[in-house]
Unconditional design. Sequence first.
Lengths: 432, 560
Amino acid sequence: MKPVLVIGGGVAGIQAALDLADRGLKVHLVEKSPSIGGVMAQLDKTLPTMDCSICILAPKMIECSRHPNITIHTQSQVKEVAGGAGNFDVKVLKEPRSVNESKCTGCGVCSQKCPTKVRNDWQEGLADRKAIYIMFPQAVPLTATIDRDHCLYFQKGVCQVCSKVCPSGAIDYEQKPEEIDLNVSSIVVATGFQEYDPSELKEYGYGRFKDVLTAMEFERLVCASGPTGGHLNRPSDGKLAQRVAFIQCVGSRSHKKGYPFCSSVCCMYATKEAVLIKEHDPASEVNIFYMDLKVFGKGFQQFVDRAKSHYGVVYIRGRPGEVRMNPVTRDLTIWYEDTNTGDVTSKEADMVVLCTTMIARPENKELAEALGLELDEWGFFKPLNPLTNPIETGLPGVFICGCSHGPRDIPESVAEASGAAACAAEVARRFM
Amino acid sequence: MSEKPRVGVFVCHCGINIGGYLDVPDVVKYAETLPDVAYAEANLYTCSSDGLQKIKEAIKKHDLNRVVVASCTPRTHEPLFQGACEEAGLNKYVFEMANIRDQCSWVHMHERNKATQKAKDLVRMAVAKARLLTPEEEPEIDIQPIGMVIGGGVSGLTAALSLADQGFEVHLVEKEDKLGGYLNKLEKLFPNNTKAEDVIKPLIQRVKETPNITVHLKSTVTDVKGFVGNFDTEITTGDETLPLNVGTIIVATGADYLNPEGLYGYGEVEGVVTQLELEGLIKEGKLGKAKTIVMIQCAGARIEERPYCSRICCSEAMKNATLLVEENTRRDLYILYRDLQTYGLSYTELEWDAKKKGVKLVKYDIERPPVVTKGEKGPVVKVFGPLLGEELTIEADMVVLSAPLIPNEDNKRLSQLLKVPLNSDGFFLEAHVKLRPLDFATDGVYVCGTAHSPKEVAESLAQARGAASRAGIPMAKGRLKTAAITSVVDETKCSGCGTCIELCAYNAITKNERGLAQVTSAVCKGCGVCGASCPERAITMRHFTNEELEAQGLAAIKEA
């Protein structure tokens, strides 16, 4: 039987690939970045079990890399798609790593010796990486990659230190972009989401005040493998944050700025992050400013109840109007109307976390064009019918799962990924 | 394996994760001194392809027959190292791991000497066990390519169709006399107001037309024995029972609606109905001239005795309220809510739409819930709106309670039959909340739809497809290897007391014809409860024998 193409190597894509491979179908897993893992690999803990996120995801990532039926294509993007269900011709463009994948052992010596520091996007900019780097310690494949835009050799023709220190001779500056032609029976789209950039909401001071963070930045800050080793040293002056405020619906549920939809997961991840702070230091003060507390998932209400009663997390109903900073102490003041009482008042905080909405990935546009599919008004993929055909698309043989078609949480993404795998398996059988 | 043990020890630096906090070369040097250790080395990353290659080379070069890796956790990495052993021609059960990352470098970050000493202790223990390890065979079992789906609602129908489309035979078991479940009672479905019958009828039709699907109406599953691949089940239809041998089972038994008796005047004040009853009234055109309609959310949900949120009620109320206003713009629609649970792209849209159409959303506080009393013309609702800062009195024609979905009353019986758990709310509990939402810990049994928790139709459909994928995996393979870590009964010691049979959570132990304990390896999960409780010490676990554990334990307290 023909293989299946899975686009996106986050938890949804990984699950779809494993389901298909386990039943005996060959899978091509195409991932844009140098490692599979997606956003879940960046998270600290997951609720409600408080499992370490990478610790439960890493075995699945490794399973993908060891699975005889899965071929992982990293730094790759789908460029052209022709044909239809049972017979898609797909062109994938693989960017050069400048490192030979079969020779690199992931020892990391190249990164240690590389002289060029670059913003570390995986650490959400809270740390630096080198121009040659491994995305994160559990990366799959565990292979270094050269960021050609910043590498001294590629920019100025000098250095080549990595090539000199690499014990396995894996550095290959001559690597060219590679075109990979695939013929597949069906396609699973699992391109995920990205975080809304709250800079346009000037009132919250993101970008102006260093200690106003997005939720993803906070995940890295509070994570033991993050830039501070999990200590809540605030970025501006390193002071330990003991008063933290979370602002919900940043970029969501608004027709004025941002997006009208509810991002589905923020109330719960804020609650989880609040609990993490309380676990670090029970004396800390955590306030969550919300509009409606979204507790619609299995066990969510109980998790919130525990956050309130056991950990002492405080929920305040009201959308803050403004965050101000004291230039001397760098402390932040959140001005808000408590809509339960009608009082306009303020709270002090050492750090503010903006619970930003999940938005569509910009790459969806190009992919949708290649597939001949329409996106919705926000750039998400559209299901064939949001009620009766949530996984199918307008193109038979192309299926969607996870946040590629709107915000949803991990279990829902995983369940849908299995659903997309079932759809792909049905197609594979039909065109056997 | 009677040959003399030749143990290879591989100590991982894990970059700086281990190497930065304890003296890895010193641990290697120590390992070389341990009995039967034929070779030891340090690796920067033992799990890298380079590290795995080194293990394989060392096995060949030094004729190793046992392997110990001292690195991170077996939870994530054991299969990887076992794979390397197999590729070098060894049985995977001669492999042992020492977790010197989590248990040494992580927890003793600032105590280099002590961390190093503890790593040596753990390596000594691992070697002590490894010397006694023996190769084990993993039993292979055949998988019947027949699926059983319990429940003929929208989830069960979808799961059955997917299994059939994947090429498997399916038995669909429904307790009512017709297929369709709750969708038979609903009028229009959000988010796009499709008629429920337009969703459910085509599904039923396709199921009826699919030759691979056998529908059993008015039937319940009354017995389940066996294990993945070979469940011996019995379904009962009236007075008749039918034995069915199936490979996998999908639980799609759905949920019920709470009867909100005694809440907000329900059953006492005329004109107080549930959302489900409202759907029925609309469907039958019996709504009458009701002009002012008040919907009360969380009627019996998010309270102490039923703490969970029912997920669908806010969207359902938005949809019904909007439809009622659209039908007659002079209607006054109120939704009294605690927290709006409209989420995601299409369900949030329902909320915006309702607001635009003039539906009045009034937040109430659970400390001061609405009160419904009998008025002169109809029910009167008094509600304190904290956002308004005042109490509203609404003379209504009709009050609609959004009562939550509750677990199916048959869940408990079924959970015992299938040996799968329920959560504290009474819904089925999956194997892992995050990453295995559709599996049970019991192999070969899966869950989808509202049997799992309240959810929308679209979400149930997606889950049903997903459960069909999970169930399809073992059936597509046809054969399955099960782990060799299972219990073994020494019949010469067994007294037939039956303690193990009582305690086994998986029904893996039965009495044989001589009254002695007998383990079905395919069902055994290797938990060890039987071995620990056997008064005669007649039961041991493969890969965790008494001798192996004793050697490991003694090594913990005694320098070699």
